[in-house]
Ligand binder design. Structure first.
Ligand SMILES: Cc1ncc(COP(=O)(O)O)c(C=O)c1O
Length: 366
């Protein structure tokens, strides 16, 4: 097969309007705070049909500020998926929370009410749902359960901006939802993040915490806070991206359809999308049938693809600093995904012939 130009796993799509908006922010000389922050937040509120949206400097800060807003304290128990990006677990560890990992479902790559119930203990304060690779679990039953048990629900929706369950956006089901605007995400501001919540008290706390705990008008420290502010320059950048959100959604679904068309389903398994989910893919995370529990084999496939000019990503791995007991038995599904998932290139600069080439190469290697 003729080798093609290098195909990166993710690249940002820039529309040109970013520079115009950034210039406006620069010209105004409002380069830290400024009006673009409020304008962007209002757009997020409108899109997600939610009372509060707050910009922060990245998706990890968004999670941190959420834990603080919920009043989580050292020793508090929090349920977090074993498979997924580890930002939610890292912050929990740094804050001294007691992490209870829950396995994920092998088909959706997400936690479910079943896997949550399996690890549930007394006095759990919060559950984090990570909507991995853009997929969502049955969030309705998880949120009903959490409400009934008086457990806070946080949605880490960094990888699922635009996905809906029963026509309601990822991030808006729980008490708080968080997003990332890193360069690989649906929209980007270079670095950035956002928090959405219907709860005004949580929003007020987040607003204080992201700004040193200061109430601006009185210049008084109300709580010990952090500096998680997004700058006006980056808000201008992110807002310009967000103005194209419907186009971005349309294009992502087009890319997804191409993958569905060209991938050989005899050799791979797609993430299962529940009937009630309107999936907005972040990446194409596939399970290689022949790699179940064979990480070496999967890694070889990744290297072979790289030699053919295709960058892919490994499935998420559990870091060693989480001393998880009986990992391979108690978290069997997470372990399988760690070994056998490959995330394929997915970004708006991809062309149909490149996706065809990626699928052809994969088919040949497998
Ligand atoms: C699920 C998830 N949560 C949180 C983050 C952290 O976001 P950020 O890099 O903006 O801090 C990421 C990715 O970066 C992510 O994929």
């Amino acid at each position: 097969m003729k080798k093609q130009k290098y195909i990166p796993w993710a690249t940002p799509k820039l529309f040109g309007t970013e520079l115009q908006h950034v210039k406006k922010a620069l010209k105004s000389t409002w380069i830290s705070g400024g009006k673009f922050i409020g304008i962007f937040e209002n757009k997020l509120k409108k899109k997600f049909k939610i009372k509060n949206a707050l910009l922060v400097n990245n998706g990890t800060s968004a999670i941190h500020a959420s834990y603080v807003a919920l009043g989580l304290k050292p020793g508090d128990k929090i349920i977090i998926p074993m498979y997924g990006y580890m930002a939610a677990a890292n912050i929990a560890k740094m804050m001294g929370l007691t992490i209870i990992f829950a396995d994920v479902e092998l088909d959706t790559f997400c936690i479910s009410l079943k896997t949550i119930k399996k690890v549930l203990e007394k006095n759990v304060k919060a559950i984090v749902v990570i909507s991995t690779y853009g997929n969502m679990p049955n969030i309705e039953e998880i949120s009903k359960f959490a409400k009934r048990k008086k457990i806070f629900l946080i949605e880490d929706s960094a990888e699922s901006l635009g996905t809906k369950y029963k026509n309601k956006f990822s991030g808006t089901w729980g008490d708080i939802g968080t997003f990332s605007f890193h360069a690989t995400k649906y929209i980007t501001s270079g670095e950035g993040g956002a928090i959405v919540t219907k709860n005004n008290n949580f929003a007020e706390k987040i607003s204080l915490f992201r700004n040193h705990g200061i109430r601006v008008k009185s210049y008084m420290h109300i709580i010990p806070g952090h500096n998680f502010r997004m700058s006006n320059i980056l808000a201008a950048f992110g807002m310009a991206q967000f103005n194209n959100i419907e186009f971005i959604f349309k294009e992502r679904l087009k890319l997804f359809r191409w993958y569905l068309k060209y991938l050989n389903k005899d050799k791979i398994i797609f993430q299962k999308i529940l009937n009630e989910t309107n999936f907005m893919p972040w990446t194409i995370g596939i399970l290689i049938k022949s790699c179940k529990n064979d990480m070496k084999k999967r890694n070889k496939i990744i290297l072979k693809l790289r030699k053919l000019g295709i960058e892919t990503k490994y499935g998420f791995q559990k870091p060693d600093y989480f001393k998880v007991k009986k990992y391979k038995i108690a978290f069997k599904n997470s372990w399988i995904l760690t070994n056998s998932v490959i995330a394929l290139p997915f970004h708006l600069n991809l062309k149909e012939h490149q996706i065809k080439y990626i699928c052809k190469c994969l088919d040949k290697i497998l």
